[in-house]
Unconditional design. Structure first.
Length: 470
């Protein structure tokens, strides 16, 4: 973060200097919401979370060196008091982030949104742009009204690129995030069924995702919308922006295109990247054919930011997985392969994962351990049954369904008459691990996937002996 005095921060955040805080004291960063991350010169933002109240840790943060605490009620020590509760503190945090990015015109901001693939694409983007200069990106899925400004506030005078993941729980959320840290380039990956229960329809999801391209500068001002040519709901967003539009995908009319896509026996894609008549080979280290579209989106943005196609191809080929539990492949000593894709799930990502599992299995037995997909609303049963049919048609040998909410997956699989696979229904992680222990043989492959609330990463971690992250 750039250095700011408390009186300037108070002016930006519309707060009052209180306690032992002095107007000339300086915050040099970082800005944190976890007192354990506080250090000399930091600003601790006290929020009342689901489990703990940050105000209770204000003295701990100050003792660790924090210059002040941004709070909604008085605390001991130096603090900036915001009138109102958490919502007003979050709004103040957003105003502070906007001030910082406005002072850093050299920092190019790229926003990434979509129903699935945001985190992986953001991780890829950060690695590729890191070859051009200092790049800031959020850890994991730090993509909401709190994580978004906290990431932007990490930028300083040396920062050249900020890669931001942009999420929405409703209409207007992405528009707000674009005000907090205005992107010059916006990437829209896809419009799927994730959060159908909250939005009600795919059209409403598209409306929300499209707020990213509406928030871009005009083409004359350098704005660029990077859109998936293979997703109709994304491609039509071209009409919603004054920015330059760059299409990517497998379609022949895509500006940034992949041809000759091949998935190897380890589930990693190779393809020929084509841009403006030039071509370069790419061999991804990430698992899954769906990574091709993520890579193309990154390539389109990178070229707009000054990279040549050869450099982009090399950077994509050398990029590694960053965030956990996203097609994370482990090999046990007995030859069993465990694919941990348990961070989240929606109908589209389930289909992609099953396609990858089929490619990985080839001549070995495939196990799919599936939990429920959350936030699908009235489409819950139909979408889970559809996943079950995909399981059967992809040739999975053993389907382990975890939890009552996932039960329609088993019903869908049973409806495929010519499928000869086994279905095992269990209630929790422990039973899933026990069922697998009884059935797994050397060289089998197990994929684990479900929505985050299902906690199925613990299945994969028990299978591989890796302790769950805290």
């Amino acid at each position: 973060m750039i250095a700011l005095t408390l009186d300037r921060i108070a002016e930006i955040t519309q707060s009052r200097i209180c306690g032992s805080a002095r107007p000339t004291d300086v915050v040099t960063g970082p800005v944190v919401i976890d007192s354990r991350q506080a250090g000399p010169g930091s600003l601790f933002v006290a929020l009342n979370g689901e489990r703990v109240d940050g105000h209770d840790f204000a003295t701990t943060a100050v003792a660790a060196g924090a210059t002040a605490v941004l709070a909604s009620r008085p605390v001991e020590g130096p603090h900036l008091l915001v009138a109102g509760g958490d919502d007003e503190v979050v709004a103040a945090l957003g105003r502070l982030a906007r001030e910082v990015v406005d002072r850093l015109p050299q920092a190019e901001i790229v926003g990434v949104t979509g129903s699935s693939g945001k985190t992986t694409t953001k991780d890829l983007l950060a690695q590729v742009l890191g070859r051009l200069g200092p790049t800031i990106a959020p850890p994991g899925s730090f993509n909401n009204e709190i994580g978004h400004p906290l990431t932007a506030l990490r930028a300083d005078e040396q920062t050249r690129f900020v890669a931001l993941e942009v999420s929405a729980r409703g209409i207007g959320h992405i528009a707000y995030l674009c005000e907090v840290a205005p992107p010059r380039i916006g990437i829209v990956l896809n419009v799927g069924s994730a959060h159908m229960g909250e939005f009600g329809s795919r059209a409403a999801i598209a409306q929300a995702k499209g707020e990213l391209v509406e928030g871009l500068p005009s083409a004359d001002a350098g704005g660029v919308a990077v859109l998936n040519a293979d997703d109709d709901a994304v491609a039509t967003m071209a009409a919603r922006t004054d920015a330059k539009v760059v299409f990517y995908g497998l379609a022949e009319n895509a500006d940034v295109r992949a041809t000759d896509v091949v998935l190897d026996t380890e589930g990693r894609a190779t393809f020929v990247l084509g841009i403006a008549g030039a071509q370069a080979p790419v061999r991804l280290s990430l698992v899954g054919v769906h990574q091709v579209h993520n890579a193309l989106a990154v390539a389109a943005a990178a070229v707009e930011l000054g990279m040549g196609i050869e450099e982009v191809a090399v950077a994509l080929s050398e990029a590694e997985p960053v965030s956990r539990w996203r097609m994370e492949v482990s090999e046990r000593a007995d030859g069993v392969t465990v694919v941990n894709d348990a961070y989240n799930a929606n109908p589209e990502s389930m289909a992609a994962a099953l396609t990858t599992l089929a490619a990985l299995a080839t001549d070995r037995r495939a196990f799919a351990v599936l939990g429920h997909m959350a936030e699908l609303g009235q489409t819950h049963r139909a979408e889970h049954e559809r996943v079950g049919r995909q399981v059967a048609r992809s040739g999975v040998d053993v389907l382990v369904v975890v939890g009552d909410q996932a039960a329609p997956i088993a019903e869908g699989a049973r409806g495929v008459a010519d499928w000869q696979g086994e279905i095992v229904g269990v209630s929790d992680v422990g039973q899933a691990v026990a069922a697998l222990a009884e059935r797994l043989r050397p060289k089998d492959i197990v994929m684990v996937k479900g929505s985050r609330v299902a906690g199925l990463e613990k299945v994969a971690e028990q299978l591989t002996g890796v302790e769950a992250a805290k």
